[in-house]
Design a protein around this ligand. Structure first.
Ligand code: TPP
Ligand code: MG
Length: 301
């Protein structure tokens, strides 16, 4: 991979990190409406998987969607504005943090609810394929805790039975709000997909390149065979579930940050000067996007 490509991936990781840090830092000022869930620590999942997309592919995300939206190519100012309820927001300020729609990107905060919808969208893409002569696929992101929702398994059954071209990406950050995964989920995560005949690949990594390589191979298979695949990304949440509700011991969180930082891991591949330039560029972009959004008008009722 070229140095330019490394730089681009780092830029994408950095953009998510600085956006999310700004959201958490400024939330208590009261400028944002509703709630928020940041993807600090999980940036490499969004960037690794979504850097493999082709034009026309569909992404369905969940309550923790900012990183996915930005990695898809979404605009910083429009996302800040959406959280601030402004007319210039992604959805005119009506959706808030969890409910985004832009181009072929969708997100919804109802846990598990996205899985049947994303499966249906994948079936629609398959039906349209002969008309369009292109093979678009769907990527659906879900959390480990969301595997407790029954509708997920109805959807997996249909996806496998009817051959939906969809990649299910489980971001197993080992916790659901405050419940550690081992207290909520029995058995093996991959086996849950394999029970329906959906091949699953599990990865223990915060390295954007490793995640990208795995996702690219699975997306190729989904596209070529028009059948589902699953990617289990064992990952780490650096921040609170939402805005300060972290029940994990602070020294454990510090250790996680120290050992599994996607920016540190990928940043080592960059020339120091290039890395510093990207850091500066992103900081300026995020600051400008926040200020623009904060000056934007509210929608007319
Ligand atoms: C149907 C439903 N039940 C409960 C919630 C409240 N809720 C939001 S996120 C969350 C935990 C999700 O855990 P997980 O799927 O592991 O994703 P993570 O937050 O770790 O990314 C809960 C219980 C919800 N949004 N939807
Ligand atoms: Mg989780």
């Amino acid at each position: 991979m070229s140095q330019t490509a490394h730089n681009e991936l780092y830029l994408a990781l950095c953009r998510i990190r600085r956006f999310e840090e700004a959201v958490l830092e400024k939330f208590s000022s009261g400028i944002f409406f509703g709630t928020t869930h940041t993807s600090l620590g999980q940036e490499a999942n969004a960037v690794g998987v979504l850097s493999c997309l082709q034009a026309g592919d569909v992404v369905f995300s969940n309550h923790r969607c900012h990183g996915h939206f930005l990695a898809y190519g979404g605009d910083l100012r429009a996302l800040f504005a959406e959280l601030m309820g402004r007319a210039t927001g992604v959805c005119g300020g009506r959706g808030g943090s969890q409910h985004l729609h832009w181009c072929n990107f969708y997100s919804n905060g109802v846990q598990g609810g996205i899985v049947p919808i994303a499966t249906g969208m994948a079936l629609a893409e398959k039906q349209l394929q002969s008309e369009r002569q292109s093979a678009s696929v769907v990527v659906a992101f879900l959390g480990d805790g969301t595997l407790g929702e029954g509708v997920v398994y109805e959807s997996l059954n249909m996806a496998a039975l009817w051959g939906a071209p969809i990649l299910f990406v489980v971001e197993n950050n080992r916790i659901a709000q405050t419940t550690p995964t081992q207290l909520a989920l029995a058995g093996d995560l991959s086996a849950r997909f394999e029970a329906f005949g959906i091949p699953a690949l599990a990865l223990e990594s915060s390295d954007v390149l490793e995640i990208r390589t795995a996702a690219a191979a699975l997306l190729d298979q989904v596209r070529a065979e028009a059948r589902p695949r699953a990617l289990i990304l064992n990952t780490w949440r650096f921040g609170p579930h939402s805005k300060g509700d972290d029940t994990r011991p602070p020294d454990l969180v510090a250790q996680i940050k120290d050992q599994h930082d996607p920016l540190f891991i990928h940043g080592q591949r960059l020339e120091p000067a290039a890395r510093a330039a990207i850091e500066t560029q992103v900081q300026e972009e995020v600051t400008a996007a926040f200020q623009q959004a904060a000056a934007d008008p509210f929608p007319i009722l």
